[in-house]
Design a protein. Sequence first.
Lengths: 112, 112
Amino acid sequence: AQSVAQPEDQVNVAEGNPLTVKCTYSVSGNPYLFWYVQYPNRGLQFLLKYITGDNLVKGSYGFEAEFNKSQTSFHLKKPSALVSDSALYFCASRYGNNRLAFGKGNQVVVIP
Amino acid sequence: DVKVTQSSRYLVKRTGEKVFLECVQDMDHENMFWYRQDPGLGLRLIYFSYDVKMKEKGDIPEGYSVSREKKERFSLILESASTNQTSMYLCASSSLMNTEAFFGQGTRLTVV
């Protein structure tokens, strides 16, 4: 079965410090992986995706993610967190006929 | 920019009512999705449509049905609303070319 796991419920980080949100995946074949962000009472916004190619993927708002095949991970990173980055982050993988399987989400809290 | 519009941000319905949630996308996308979001459970796929009048069940289709009579519109129907269907409902669309999905702003449904 295709699945992604986000092992932490909440990530707290001080403003200006590096931010990492973890994701591991379990998919058959070549993985198509995504990160989305959700602000309160809003829909999900696409941040970035890994399809093939470079293991380091750059996305919106200064975020990037590193694909690691040996560790089956796709961690989201930002070098310097902002208070406005406080939100819910979802990792997802594509399977079947363009379906997406989502992790449970990580609440990120950036402390001023 | 892709726009996915859900007809209501907030809805309050009574137990037993038939409820319609509407979603419209303006980018001629082939795929449309309905997800349900609950705290700690992430997003779960209810139904998926890959073409007009075509649909597939997702992970939690019980108590729901869908309709796609036109390419741009995908409706979710709660045949007889129950309190355990109180949730945030998210519509999304994607094309066959692009792998990422684009989401609407969500409908927060409360069944009393």
